[in-house]
Structures are given as C-alpha cells and as structure tokens.
Design a protein around this ligand. Structure first.
Ligand SMILES: Nc1ncnc2c1ncn2[C@@H]1O[C@H](COP(=O)(O)OP(=O)(O)OP(=O)(O)O)[C@@H](O)[C@H]1O
Ligand SMILES: [Mg+2]
Length: 301
C-alpha cells in the first residue's frame, strides 16, 4: 500500500478568508435574510445603528423563525457545519455553512435564540481582532450557549447582534453604504426577499415581511427622493418579493415578437415552451420581465 498524507485545513486562515471573502459589505444582509428564510421566518427586523460611543456600525437582525437549540449553536459558529446539508426534500437556500461567518467581521457577535419557549444566549468577543492580529491570530471562541431567563413574549426566533461591523475604514455618519435606500435596494435585488415568484403566480411567501431601518438618511428629504417610507414604529415595512414597475408589462405586439424569438431559439426556454411558443404565445407569456439584461418568462397560470 502507498504511504499517504492527509491534507489538512488551517482553520485560522480559512475563517479569516471566509470573513473577508465578501465583495460587498451589504452581503451580510443577503446571508442573514437567507438564513431567516430557511428557518421559516415570516418576519425579519433589521436595525442599523451608528454607535455614538464607538463611532462604528451596529446591526441587529431578528426573526421569528424556528430558532436554535443550544446544541445547534455550533452550526452557527462553525465553518462548513450546516444543518441543511443532505435535506433534499426541503428547499433550503443555504447549504455550505459559510454565510454567518461574514458576521465575524466585527467587534462582538451575540447570538440569542428562542426555541420551544426557552431563551438561549452566546457571545463571541472580538472575532475580527482575533483572526487578524499578528501575534498570532486565533480562531475566536464563543461562550457556551446558556439558558437565560426571559420575560419577552417571544417564544421562537433568533436575534443576531453584530457590534462594530467592518474595519476602521467605515466612517459612521458619512458612509452611504448603509443608507436606508441602499440596504432596501440590496435586499430587493440580491437577497431571497427579491424573489420574483409572485410574478409567476406563487403566493407562498406573500405575507412575509421585513422591517428595516438603515442609517445616514435625511428623514425629511430622502423618503421622497428614494421612494421609501419609514412608518410610525421607525421602520419601513417591506413585503416579500420584488416589485416591478408597471411599465415592464409588455404590449401584445411585443409579446408576439418575443414568442417568435423563443420559437426560433434566440431566447432559451424549455423545449415544451419553445415548440408551442408561437401557437400558444398568449398562454405562455403573460409578461416579459427584464432583470439586469436577463430575460425571464412570465407564465400565465
Ligand atoms: N436565523 C437563523 N435561524 C435559525 N438557524 C440559523 C439562523 N441563522 C443561522 N442558523 C444556523 O446556522 C447554520 C450556519 O449558517 P450559515 O449561513 O453559515 O450556513 P448555511 O445557511 O447552512 O449555508 P450557506 O453558507 O450556504 O449560507 C445554519 O445551517 C443554521 O443551522
Ligand atoms: Mg446561510
């Protein structure tokens, strides 16, 4: 038998790599919203706050999903340890066990969970510092999840508190990255919340809602300018699903032209649609939706 050497993983490097492997700092919302969605949440509350004392950005993401039991906290903090792997009959978005590690790019990370009526708590101190310090870097640890007394009405869900998100480059108060409108836009274009399923007749998630409050916007000027509305509770309520402006709905002539292109193979479509496109165009193409240059079919139900 040949001698073999098992390849190993250098945990510090991997955690650090994953923590910084996100090109856009807003990806933290894509990852957490995805997880809340996978946990079956119907309401997510996202609160951003410029911390006066630290001059850094704090983020709280809270959902009413299934929450985590103490033994599941490791899934949240470990790398590559996803509960969702191999669960084929359930349609999860996440499966790699990478997403939450974007939260390590912070000064403190707190995970609270309400599960089966009990509340559990764990915190991780200075994950970014520990992973990036020179002498020598270390994998950050988290406190053992403990049951904590609670009087809240909440019986089920998860709250993630990220204190001091991002490095010193972030200039709280001036940076437009986390402007309310920018975060909203990101959610509707790049997260599970931007699903176009309603355009295809699905009402499955129609009642779900995100309550969002970003930072660095001018309350009196920006709401009209960027078309958002902060309610009396201090949050904008964003219903599930991408909303297309009415002008995207095409004319009959345009739809016919479009059907021809599908039939001729200029636009890719399933074979059954392609073969019947010209004959049954009215049945197939209720709408033409253009997403970032990518054309999707709207199928009439
Ligand atoms: N809001 C949440 N509610 C319940 N469990 C959560 C929540 N967020 C994270 N988790 C748990 O933490 C685990 C790790 O999440 P993470 O996003 O890192 O990986 P993933 O979603 O499984 O895969 P991916 O890397 O593709 O997102 C999840 O598998 C889930 O068990
Ligand atoms: Mg995930």
């Amino acid at each position: 038998m040949k001698d073999t050497v098992q390849a190993k993983v250098l945990s510090v490097n991997e955690f650090k790599e994953i923590m910084t492997d996100f090109t856009n700092p807003l990806e933290i919302f894509r990852e957490t919203v995805q997880n809340s969605y996978d946990a079956g949440a119907t309401e997510i509350i996202i609160t951003l706050d410029n911390n006066e004392e630290t001059k850094r950005l704090d983020i709280v993401i809270e959902d009413n999903g299934e929450g985590l039991l103490p033994k599941q906290f490791s899934n949240f903090f470990d790398l590559g340890n996803s509960t969702k792997r191999g669960t084929k009959n359930k349609q999860y978005i996440g499966e790699k066990g990478h997403g939450t590690k974007i939260c390590y790019n912070s000064d403190k990370l707190v995970l609270e969970s309400w599960c089966e009526g009990k509340k559990y708590y764990s915190e991780m101190d200075m994950p970014r510092y520990k992973l990036t310090k020179k002498s020598p870097p270390e994998v950050p640890s988290y406190t053992k999840p403990a049951e904590v007394p609670h009087k809240e009405k909440k019986q089920q869900g998860t709250r993630i508190t990220i204190q001091g998100y991002l490095t010193d480059d972030y200039d709280s108060g001036n940076d437009k990255t986390f402007h309310h409108a920018a975060v909203k836009d990101y959610l509707l274009w790049f997260s599970a919340w931007g699903s176009v399923e309603a355009e295809f007749g699905s009402q499955e998630n129609a009642k779900k809602i995100i309550k969002l409050r970003g930072v660095n916007y001018d309350e009196s000027r920006d709401q009209e300018k960027y078309d958002f509305k902060i309610g009396k509770d201090g949050y904008e309520h964003i219903p599930f699903g991408h909303r297309f402006p009415e002008k995207e709905v095409s004319s009959t002539e345009e739809l016919k032209r479009y059907a021809k292109k599908v039939a001729e193979g200029d636009i890719r479509a399933p074979l059954s649609v392609k073969q019947n496109a010209e004959k049954y165009w009215e049945k197939f193409f209720a709408k033409r939706i253009v997403l970032d240059g990518d054309v999707k079919l709207g199928v009439r139900k």
